[in-house]
Design a protein around this ligand. Structure first.
Ligand SMILES: [Zn+2]
Length: 240
């Protein structure tokens, strides 16, 4: 059961640990991969200084993703314009090191969609697909989920989510899956067709989230565990 966004290491649980790039340890337990970035709450007007260790850490092989980064209109250390500037730097970094992004987005989905479009167009000009973006802790309604997924973004759910949205996302995956076993996803080559689960900053076992979601979707935890595993789909890697 993979935890795609957490601030805590839990023994035996494979995860993407959101780590502070300026205080990284030389190595982490085998089940732990890292994401590094500047949280919008910590983006200040002189964010470039804090961004330097993020750029250095992004090259590490145990860093699998860039983030969390993004926008927060309710709580932030800088204006929206500065948050956009910092986010663009994260996009450029993710494209340079070719790693997906984990995104924090509160009430700024129009800005996010506009930047996704811009990134897609820039990637297309050099004959590439942009890196996948995972919007973490998604609590929006089904229409918003649909809008983001249509634009190539992926969603991650934590302990609080809109139940209707969760069911909608699951149903749309099932509908587009070529295999009844649910083992093969992806409508077109290069696209990732899945959703993910996380504990975020809560000191929980991700098993609790998987069990809650499995109950809500009326599926078994083993099935969900395969479906929501980003290792092959998103990262093309394997850890224990
Ligand atoms: Zn967040």
């Amino acid at each position: 059961m993979f935890n795609i966004h957490t601030y805590h290491i839990t023994p035996q649980e494979p995860c993407l640990l959101n780590a502070d790039a300026s205080t990284l340890q030389p190595s982490y337990p085998a089940q732990v991969a890292l994401s590094v970035g500047l949280h919008p709450w910590h983006v200040s007007d002189d964010w470039q200084e804090a961004f330097a260790p993020v750029c250095a850490a992004a090259e590490r092989t145990d860093v699998w993703a860039i983030g969390e980064c993004g926008f927060d209109k309710l709580k932030a250390g800088a204006s929206l314009a500065v948050q956009v500037e910092a986010f663009r730097a994260h996009i450029a970094l993710a494209e340079r090191v070719q790693k997906p992004m984990v995104i924090h987005c509160v009430k700024a989905f129009d800005e996010l969609l506009a930047l996704r479009k811009e990134t897609e167009e820039a990637a297309k000009r050099v004959g590439r697909l942009p890196q996948p973006w995972v919007v973490h802790g998604f609590r929006g309604k089904p229409e918003q989920a649909k809008q983001l997924m249509t634009k190539g973004m992926l969603l991650s759910f934590g302990h609080q989510y809109n139940l209707e949205t969760l069911r909608f996302v699951y149903a749309s995956l099932k509908a587009s899956s070529p295999s009844p076993s649910g083992s093969s996803f992806g409508k077109e080559e290069g696209s990732v067709n899945s959703f993910f689960l996380e504990t975020d900053d809560l000191p929980l076992s991700v098993r609790q989230i998987y069990e809650q979601v499995a109950r809500h979707l009326d599926v078994d935890v083993a099935h969900l565990s395969r479906l929501c595993d980003p290792r092959k789909k998103l990262f093309s890697r394997q850890i224990p």
